[in-house]
Design a protein around this ligand. Structure first.
Ligand SMILES: [Zn+2]
Length: 398
């Protein structure tokens, strides 16, 4: 295994390679690369937390700068350096493997995986080359993104959501699907309002997390990565599957929730977290009994503040079909609760950690903000809730 951790060796490699290159004929480009390497090394802040390639503990693979390969690298500078152009939306000098045809041919396709699963012998396809798995992943309107709060626009059409079935309890299948933990939803879950173009039905809930409570969200806010992010996936009522909905630019509506570490445990998450021990391996599943979506989301009166943009699924096939709604307030979980997700395993037996895609460029997209509105719909829901509870009590005592 030709591996190393961290990025310092990378710069040495870049400098060594550029010296080799200078014996060629493109001196100007070599100096430019010295400058880029020196700049990146001198400014640690340029390696922000949302740059997956610079996270501690992740494996990056050394280029084979063997003498017999030198000629090849001279003709393909992008592979020599491993640099992709700096992306202003990320605010990072993002090093990545070039997705050139030569690299694609060297991958052994055993399905897509997260960066935390990538090994040097390319046994799975990491986020930087997901476009090999599905061309949509290389599109211009991908998710997740970094939300820059000073650039978002308030939009008064972003009113409260109308949530149907969120308060009703159900028995749902909880499964380790090899990439995440997923809870399937009953057929009565609906959302509308919030300037969504249609009514959407709930399909499933899943999460993205870090390593033992470390950074793990997919979206970031002003560069900050939260320890976990939950996605409630809905599709337009007219569709039967996410594959069908993926062909419609607004076919999918995802409600995204951030998590933050709290000193005390969030008891509402205990049923889900306690069930994780029964599904350590991929394809393991268990039944969650007597849960409701209410238990896993924010109080309704804080759900008026959210971000909105058009993007994609964050896993292959990366269909650009998602109306994203990301709530500003974070759900509290204790460190121990957050760390419990790391007990799950990937198919190769490794711990299921850092299950997030790195942030993608906005490419001119605008992020909107609801700004917070009077919680009319929430009040209606609360009144309904009180009435339903009263009716149930009457029924029980009858
Ligand atoms: Zn997701």
């Amino acid at each position: 295994m030709d591996c190393y951790n961290g990025s310092d060796t990378f710069y040495i490699l870049v400098i060594r390679s550029t010296v080799l290159w200078e014996f060629g004929n493109n001196i100007f480009t070599s100096y430019l690369e010295y400058a880029v390497a020196a700049f990146s090394a001198l400014y640690p802040w340029s390696r922000r937390a949302n740059s997956v390639s610079t996270k501690p503990g992740e494996i990056h693979c050394k280029r084979n700068v063997l003498p017999e390969m030198a000629h090849h690298y001279h003709t393909v500078p992008d592979q020599l350096t491993g640099y992709r152009s700096t992306d202003p939306d990320r605010g990072t000098g993002h090093q990545s493997h070039s997705a050139s045809p030569a690299v694609h041919h060297s991958l052994r396709h055993t399905g897509w995986c997260y960066q935390s699963q990538v090994t040097c012998n390319h046994t799975c396809t990491g986020p930087e080359t997901w476009e090999v798995v599905s061309q949509h992943c290389g599109g211009r309107y991908q998710s997740p993104v970094n939300i820059v709060t000073r650039r978002m626009l308030p939009d008064e059409r972003l009113t409260s959501f109308h949530l149907t079935g969120y308060q009703e309890t159900f028995h749902g299948r909880l499964m380790n699907n090899g990439h995440t933990v997923q809870l399937d939803l009953p057929s009565n879950i609906r959302i509308n309002g919030g300037n969504l173009p249609a009514s959407y039905k709930g399909l499933q809930v899943h999460l993205h997390w870090g390593n033992a409570g470390g950074p793990g969200s997919e979206h970031t806010i002003d560069g900050e990565q939260f320890p976990m992010e939950m996605h409630i996936v809905h599709i337009k009522e007219e569709y039967d599957s996410i594959a069908q909905a993926g062909k419609d630019r607004t076919g999918v509506a995802v409600l995204g929730f951030f998590f933050q570490e709290s000193a005390s445990a969030n008891k509402k998450f205990d049923p889900l977290i306690n069930a994780l021990k029964y599904i350590p391996q991929p394809t393991n599943s268990t039944e969650l009994k007597g849960v409701s979506l209410d238990m896993f989301i924010l109080p309704y009166n804080t759900m008026t503040k959210y971000f909105r943009y058009d993007g994609s699924l964050t896993t292959p096939n990366c269909a650009e079909a998602v109306v994203w709604s990301l709530f500003e307030n974070a759900i509290p979980l204790s460190k121990k609760q957050l760390a419990a997700f790391s007990q799950l395993r990937f198919p190769n037996g490794q711990q299921m950690v850092r299950t997030y895609r790195p942030v993608q460029p906005l490419n001119g997209r605008q992020v909107y903000y609801s700004g917070g509105h009077a919680a009319a719909a929430s009040i209606v829901l609360l009144i309904t809730s009180v009435l339903v509870s009263s009716a149930l009590c009457l029924h029980d005592t009858a």
